[in-house]
Ligand binder design. Structure first.
Ligand SMILES: NC(=O)c1ccc[n+]([C@@H]2O[C@H](COP(=O)([O-])OP(=O)(O)OC[C@H]3O[C@@H](n4cnc5c(N)ncnc54)[C@H](OP(=O)(O)O)[C@@H]3O)[C@@H](O)[C@H]2O)c1
Length: 378
């Protein structure tokens, strides 16, 4: 394992410091908590450390930041934790923005590893003029520059040994070069960038996301190889389950869109189903455990798809109706034709020794229940 142990003041082994970008988001906030629970010191980055609450107090994790604390500290604001939260004294929050060069230097200083979770999705696709040029100059180039900024900060730190990059299953397709379904889909089944550029009917928002994930990951691997940083990439599918964020995360809303009928997010679910033949899922706890597993495991190299299972939309709708009886799943069975979906394989990750704790049924169950508890589903 790459991680070294240090002794803290009480002569017990203390883990070193790691950095998490995008710590206010769904995956980032859970990852910070998981790392603190394991004893790591965490430097979390956020664009706005002045937010009233970076993490929701309702999940017994981090309490809102007192105003006076925010006013007296800037880049290294420490978040106080509630008494039930583990490791509050080992967390520091740094202001950093992917669009600002050098922005991550302070957060990365003294860290042995970095989790690059942050990704920008600020894009207004309503304007139709020069959209391709705008996508390149306003989204893709800044996204790549942002990732390189983070990696340059790692090099300048002279302490970061490994970077775990959060990719996305949106970079993967179940169709082979001839348009036929692959029997097995894994992390090597990457969608070629030119295919994404040419598939405009799927809509710009989705395309921009896919392109930005494809390009940032590709450039990150190139840069890491050239500069001698160990970079490992995790490829999450739709992530769901409980959440620490103050609002319901987008991916949980995508999963539950058959119930809510969300006109923007349901097409996203349909698009995953049509690209992969089914919808692979992962529980938030497993995704964060896998991030840490890949950081700690010296043998980890390249990309790792991380999903315990994949169900078609009608199968997911059936599971949802079990948990949420007022919802009828019948129409989804009519809407989608029977097909033999590709196997979505996480064997590469499992062969390295990773074990999933939650299956698809559990993910759907917990997502529905959490959303009922917080009032998102009535
Ligand atoms: N959730 C999923 O199902 C899923 C699936 C596959 C891959 N992923 C990947 O996992 C990562 C996290 O996803 P998520 O679901 O946790 O998303 P999220 O909740 O929207 O979080 C995104 C994070 O990125 C930060 N960010 C955005 N623009 C930034 C910028 N310019 N500079 C610095 N930070 C910026 C956000 O910070 P602010 O609070 O400042 O906006 C936020 O903390 C992303 O890379 C995403 O592509 C997620």
């Amino acid at each position: 394992m790459m991680m070294m142990m240090m002794m803290d003041g009480r002569d017990s082994p203390a883990r070193p410091t790691v950095c998490v970008t995008g710590a206010t988001g769904y995956i980032g906030s859970w990852l910070v908590r998981s790392l603190l629970q394991r004893g790591y010191r965490v430097h979390a980055t956020a664009r706005d450390t002045g937010r009233r609450s970076l993490f929701s107090p309702s999940f017994h994790t981090l309490t809102p930041i007192p105003r006076r604390h925010l006013e007296t500290t800037d880049k290294a604001a420490k978040l106080p934790l509630s008494s039930s939260s583990e490791g509050s004294d080992r967390l520091s929050v740094f202001r950093a923005d992917l669009r600002e060069e050098g922005s991550f230097d302070e957060a990365v200083r003294g860290c042995v590893a970095l989790f690059h979770v942050a990704a920008s999705m600020d894009f207004d696709a309503s304007a139709q003029q020069n959209i391709e040029d705008r996508v390149r100059s306003e989204i893709l180039e800044p996204a790549v520059r942002g990732t390189i900024n983070v990696l340059q900060a790692c090099i300048r730190s002279e302490t970061v040994k490994r970077v775990v990059f959060t990719s996305s299953v949106s970079t993967i397709t179940a169709k082979d070069d001839t348009g036929n379904w692959r029997a097995v889909v894994d992390e090597s089944s990457t969608t070629p960038t030119d295919v994404v550029w040419n598939s405009k009917p799927r809509g710009w928002i989705l395309q921009v996301y896919v392109l930005s994930k494809l390009l940032t990951e590709e450039k990150a691997f190139e840069f890491a190889e050239a500069k001698g940083i160990e970079l490992v990439s995790i490829v999450p599918p739709t992530v769901a389950g409980p959440f620490l964020t103050p609002s319901v995360p987008a991916s949980v809303r995508v999963l539950l869109s058959p119930i809510t009928g969300d006109p923007v997010l349901y097409p996203v679910l349909v698009s995953v189903n049509s690209r992969l033949g089914s919808v692979p899922l992962a529980h938030i706890e497993d995704i964060c455990d896998a991030h840490i597993f890949l950081m700690e495991n010296a043998d980890a190299k390249g990309r790792y798809l991380c999903s315990p299972g994949s169900y078609s939309i009608p199968q997911l709708a059936d599971l949802m109706s079990l948990e949420y009886p007022s919802f009828s799943s019948e129409r989804f069975r009519m809407e989608f034709h029977d097909s033999i979906p590709s196997v979505i394989s996480s064997n590469r990750l499992k062969s390295l020794g990773f074990e999933f704790k939650h299956d698809v049924r559990e993910i759907v169950k917990q997502s529905v229940n959490c959303c009922m508890n917080c009032g998102f589903l009535s």
